[in-house]
Design a protein around this ligand. Structure first.
Ligand code: NAP
Length: 491
């Protein structure tokens, strides 16, 4: 097969990509570009266009114009379109895995999981579209409207602006794009600037699958330069954003009267009760804290252990944490790769230093390795006056806070401004349910670490962790509007 990527990038050692606007591959109007580097060794991966407001406007206008093209398709045609894209993602998975691993610094087996999940999510969004149905409401249930009846259907909202973060640059984007298209919306996606290339490649697959012109647009550029313009754009009907809480709050202020879906930061607590299966709790807490170097909104970044079992738990945990292998992202055995950029590395290091200075014990790691690598770290005896007890870490750090009892554990867990994910480890079913009900998080996992897979269960946060829920059954609800048609009949 001819090189399918040829139309979207220049040849050469460091390829220069174009953006996908109105069905065409274009450079930024100001001809500016920016560089994408591999976090594992700093080598250049690509250059991508630096979109200006003019380009953002062109993308929104293209999506606006394309509303009847995607919204007017029969559902079965949209289902087939999404399935064709899903098949192309599978066919070209090794190219997608390669680019995600390089631009996000993601160990290759995590990147493989992300691409596989993306193909499945597309297929499930197609299935979701098949479940579209209407309600019939008779009017004679209340006095005065007995000669009336209504049908209530769902309509696409129009143009969905999707903005995604760096940590799952393909999957999180598609968790927005797939249901938006399935529901008949057109989409403008603003990719994360650390690792946008995979979404440009995805756009090429959507083009090959026959997406109507303008129905899907991908732009690359700085969120702080073009974000406000996009979010406030009058032709955007909905903003679906995943990223940090400060940016989410800004979007909520700038958006005005638009549907908003905000998936924001987290500081997931895991409560380990004295009666827990400690071996299981250790394994799960480590996976929850360290997977993808802790760069996950649902990371378990506060382990609240009842003091009666804390010494034993910590001993087991340190032994097991030493098996988390640091290495090159290309090695399938690597479990810990680099952090995304220098800012992330500085943040993790400063949180660990603050904890150490205030008396936390560093039982493992606690230091920078080469480049953007940070050693898997275990901090014991963290107290609530330390910044790491409250701020998002986004690094490979296991933070242990010893608690007196159930009440103390729930109190510390709920004191956080975040409310995304939590875990509870106990063999007492009543205590598990009681604690889960008392926690203020969107999801509580009993005897496991948070893992949201394809979005089978509704996912989203409370407090500063966001607004709304994503998921296979839930995203389409948020991306459509109820539309009521009332029939008034002669008596
Ligand atoms: P971020 O800095 O908030 O950036 C997210 C996206 O927002 C990027 O595309 C960014 O563009 C864009 N952006 C920046 N300023 C903007 C503005 N004023 N208006 C509109 N868009 C703007 O987050 P990140 O560092 O990429 O990702 C990590 C954060 O995401 C963490 O807080 C994590 O908890 C959260 N997260 C949450 C979930 C969830 O489901 N709840 C999932 C994953 C990650 P640039 O890249 O160009 O700056």
């Amino acid at each position: 097969m001819a090189d399918i990527w040829k139309p979207i990038r220049s040849s050469g050692k460091v390829p220069e990509y174009r953006m996908f606007i109105d069905g065409k591959w274009v450079c930024a109007s100001g001809s500016g570009t920016f560089e994408i580097r591999d976090p594992s060794d700093g080598s250049p991966v690509a250059r991508v266009p630096l979109a200006l407001k003019k380009d953002a406007d062109a993308a929104v206008n293209a999506a606006w114009k394309a509303r009847p093209l995607i919204g007017g398709m029969d559902t079965v045609e949209r289902v087939e379109l999404l399935d064709r894209i899903s098949r192309l993602v599978r066919e070209h998975s090794s190219d997608l895995v390669g680019i995600i691993s390089r631009e996000a610094g993601k160990p290759v087996h995590y990147a493989e999981g992300e691409v596989k999940a993306t193909a499945e999510r597309l297929h499930l969004a197609a299935e979701e579209a098949r479940k579209f149905s209407s309600d019939f409401i008779p009017g004679d249930l209340v006095p005065g409207t007995s000669n009336r009846m209504a049908i209530v259907t769902r309509k696409p909202v129009g143009v969905v602006l999707a903005i995604s973060p760096f940590n799952y640059p393909l999957f999180i984007s598609i968790a927005k794009v797939a249901p938006a298209l399935a529901a008949g919306n057109s989409v403008v996606l603003k990719a994360a600037s650390d690792d946008p290339v995979c979404m440009l490649m995805f756009a090429r697959l959507a083009e090959l699958a026959g997406i109507p012109r303008g129905a899907f647009n991908v732009i690359t550029g700085s969120g702080s330069e073009i974000g406000d313009f996009l979010v406030a754009h009058p032709k955007v009907s909905m903003v679906s954003f995943t990223g940090s809480s400060p940016v989410g709050k800004r979007i909520a202020t700038v958006a005005g009267m638009k549907n908003l879906h905000l998936e924001l930061g987290g500081k997931g607590p895991a409560i380990v009760f004295a009666d827990a299966d400690l071996k299981l709790a250790v394994k799960e807490c480590l996976a929850g804290a360290l997977k993808f170097s802790g760069q996950r909104c649902d990371a378990l970044s506060r382990i609240l252990v009842e003091q009666g079992v804390a010494d034993r738990f910590v001993r087991l945990l340190v032994r097991e944490a030493k098996t988390w292998r640091v290495g090159p992202t290309t090695d399938p055995r690597t479990m810990i790769g680099p952090l995304i950029n220098q800012g992330a590395l500085e943040k993790v290091d400063s949180l660990v230093s603050d904890a150490r200075e205030k008396g936390a014990r560093v039982l493992l790691g606690g230091k920078r390795l080469r480049g953007l690598y940070y050693a898997p770290t275990v901090l014991d005896r963290v107290t609530t006056d330390m910044k790491i007890a409250w701020e998002e870490t986004f690094g490979p750090v296991v933070t242990i806070i010893r608690v007196r009892n159930e009440k103390d554990a729930i109190g510390v867990a709920n004191q956080s401004k975040y409310g995304l994910d939590a875990s509870v480890f106990t063999q007492d079913i009543e205590k598990a349910i009681r604690t889960a009900r008392a926690l203020e998080d969107g999801t509580v996992t009993i005897n496991g670490h948070p893992a949201h897979g394809l979005g089978n269960f509704p996912f989203g946060g409370n407090k500063e962790s966001g607004l709304g829920r994503e998921g296979i059954e839930y995203s389409i609800d948020e991306m459509t509007r109820l539309d009521t048609i009332v029939f008034s009949m002669k008596k």
